[in-house]
Design a protein around this ligand. Structure first.
Ligand SMILES: CC(C)(COP(=O)(O)OP(=O)(O)OC[C@H]1O[C@@H](n2cnc3c(N)ncnc32)[C@H](O)[C@@H]1OP(=O)(O)O)[C@@H](O)C(=O)NCCC(=O)NCCS
Length: 220
């Protein structure tokens, strides 16, 4: 099945300053950004990724994170560090490939008790909205289930004002604020809820004053 995107080309100004000229439009990086054969989606263990795939995963991570969490992975070196950490931890990590090109990745590790933490999940911008993220999450859920994990938790921050929790004092009534939380379309919270994850908490100021982490959880 070939799916055509109606999304405009991604032109985040911060990111274009951080990547080599031509990276975004290079045909060897994104074979056809506007027409993706999703039937060719293939998942593999991240540990099997070669240097070229890891390099592309690092670059796509910077681009994918920038609109939603600009301070999370600002440079390609930061993304390589994320990848290294995921590979060093015990747990599970997967890369997604479309037409042989790395298109996204995911990791999860046991945290405490029966809890596994899923972090991170990043899909290349041109391949978003085509089932890559969902497939990666299902692969992790299958793994956690096979290991007897009882719950998967995921935290997602709001550092760009995508929710009404941004820049508010959440300490006085965090649960009240969560109960009346509004989320702009396109934020990852919507993706997680669509995948069956329930909002279970919030950590005020987790990533700086007024920047909360919203916690979601699912039984795998
Ligand atoms: C969030 C992200 C991982 C989603 O990956 P994706 O490949 O675009 O998602 P998919 O195409 O697999 O979507 C799977 C389903 O979720 C739905 N969905 C995707 N994003 C959604 C959103 N923001 N709100 C509601 N539903 C959403 C899709 O419509 C699809 O529904 P369907 O299965 O009924 O057709 C991706 O957009 C991304 O990398 N974002 C930037 C980084 C990020 O925010 N990561 C998460 C950090 S916690």
């Amino acid at each position: 099945m070939t799916v055509r995107s109606n999304r405009p080309a991604f032109t985040h100004p911060l990111v274009h300053r951080r990547l080599p000229d031509g990276w975004w439009t290079s045909p060897d990086v994104v074979p056809d950004a506007m027409a993706v054969n999703t039937a060719s989606l293939h998942l593999a263990d991240l540990a099997e990724a070669d240097d070229s795939a890891l390099s592309r995963l690092a670059q796509l991570s910077v681009l994918a994170a920038a609109p939603h969490a600009p301070d999370w992975i600002p440079r390609v070196a930061d993304a390589h560090e994320e990848l290294r950490e995921a590979l060093d931890r015990s747990g599970v990590s997967k890369a997604a490939y479309i037409g042989g090109q790395a298109a996204g990745w995911i990791a999860a590790h046991p945290q405490y008790g029966d809890v596994w933490e899923l972090h991170p999940l990043l899909v290349a911008v041109p391949f978003q909205g085509r089932g890559v993220g969902g497939a990666l999450v299902r692969a992790v859920e299958d793994h956690v289930r096979s290991q007897g994990g009882g719950v998967i938790v995921v935290g997602t921050s709001d550092s760009v004002g995508a929710t009404n929790l941004f820049k508010t004092d959440l300490f006085s009534d965090p649960l009240g604020a969560l109960a009346s939380m509004t989320v702009q379309p396109g934020h990852a919270i919507g993706f997680w809820q669509h995948a069956g994850y329930a909002v279970v908490g919030v950590t005020p100021d987790a990533e700086g004053p007024g920047v909360p982490t919203i916690h979601l959880a699912k039984k795998p």
